[in-house]
Design a protein around this ligand. Structure first.
Ligand SMILES: [Fe+2]
Ligand SMILES: [Fe+2]
Length: 294
């Protein structure tokens, strides 16, 4: 569709690492974390094979792209122990020569206490933008990458939030940018695609305000998110300049599709994007995926 010209930039998208640690001390189980622990326990078993993680780094390196976007949910319940595992992994990526762009997911501000103590910002200090979010980055080829804040702690639900002021800030930042832009947030903006459906408790509050800002920006935008743990690449049904990518969880075991890990490779071209989905079954393979209409 775009011919065979070399991409201006190539960006790998890694979503929802969800490093976990089950806490056995009941004194630490007094809040929302209790539910989180139960989930982790049921879904994940007891330990994470870190040796596996090294193989995943190799798979990213094998693409020969060296720019990486991580859209959050590094941890499962925002425990220091989980952040330490995640930080070790992120440092390994950094040490492998990747330029890193990252933001927190809702699981990284899982409790009000974790938010209050800025646990994400402390553990990822060298990687967090000094100006906070939204943050504007430039990829090596000049493509703007806008990192948008969408997370907040909740008592029970997994809702996200973008404020009106933050949406306004994004609008102002977009105004000065060239025609092709990548925007990234933890939460997807569409409630439902062919790949996922967000229940009310897992949605982004005010998503339509951000979507409108992107849709009316006059820029060709790929909005990249995680959170849903499902791959989908969708044309916005209202704004023809906007498309939406959600990438499945990096270490996700998806029995329905017979895969045990995935990431996406985004090629930026002069007039738009090409998206490749990389999946691990027996070995890694990748497929260029065209955007779907809703
Ligand atoms: Fe997640
Ligand atoms: Fe999430």
């Amino acid at each position: 569709m775009h011919g065979s010209s070399a991409p201006i930039d190539t960006l790998l998208h890694v979503a929802d690492l969800h490093f976990w640690k089950v806490v056995a001390n009941p004194l630490r189980l007094f809040n929302k974390r209790f539910l989180g622990n139960l989930n982790v326990w049921l879904r994940r078993g007891r330990s994470f094979p870190m040796s596996e993680a090294a193989l995943f780094v190799e798979a990213l390196a094998a693409t020969s792209a060296n720019q990486l976007l991580l859209t959050g949910d590094f941890t499962s319940t925002s425990l220091d122990e989980e952040f330490l595992l995640a930080r070790r992994f992120v440092d390994a990526l950094n040490g492998s020569g990747f330029a890193l762009n990252l933001m927190p997911g809702n699981h990284d501000v899982y409790t009000f206490e974790a938010r209050r103590n800025h646990r994400f910002e402390r553990h990822f200090a060298p990687y967090v933008p000094q100006e906070g979010y939204p943050a504007l980055r430039r990829l090596a080829g000049g493509t703007p990458l806008l990192l948008v804040p969408t997370v907040c702690p909740n008592w029970v639900s997994s809702k996200g939030r973008i404020t009106r002021q933050e949406a306004e800030q994004v609008k102002r930042l977009l105004d000065g940018l060239p025609p092709v832009v990548i925007v990234a947030g933890h939460y997807p903006l569409l409630e439902k695609t062919h790949g996922y459906e967000l229940t009310r408790e897992r949605r982004l509050r005010n998503a339509d305000a951000l979507r409108q800002v992107l849709g009316e920006s006059g820029r060709t935008i790929l909005y990249v998110a995680g959170h849903v743990h499902r791959f989908s690449y969708t044309r916005d049904p209202v704004y023809p300049n906007l498309s939406h990518l959600s990438t499945g969880a990096f270490f996700h075991i998806n029995r329905r599709e017979h895969i045990r890990g995935e990431f996406a490779r985004i090629c930026v071209l002069a007039d738009g994007f090409e998206v490749h989905r990389h999946t691990l079954s027996e070995s890694w393979s990748d497929l260029e995926v065209p955007p779907e209409a809703l």
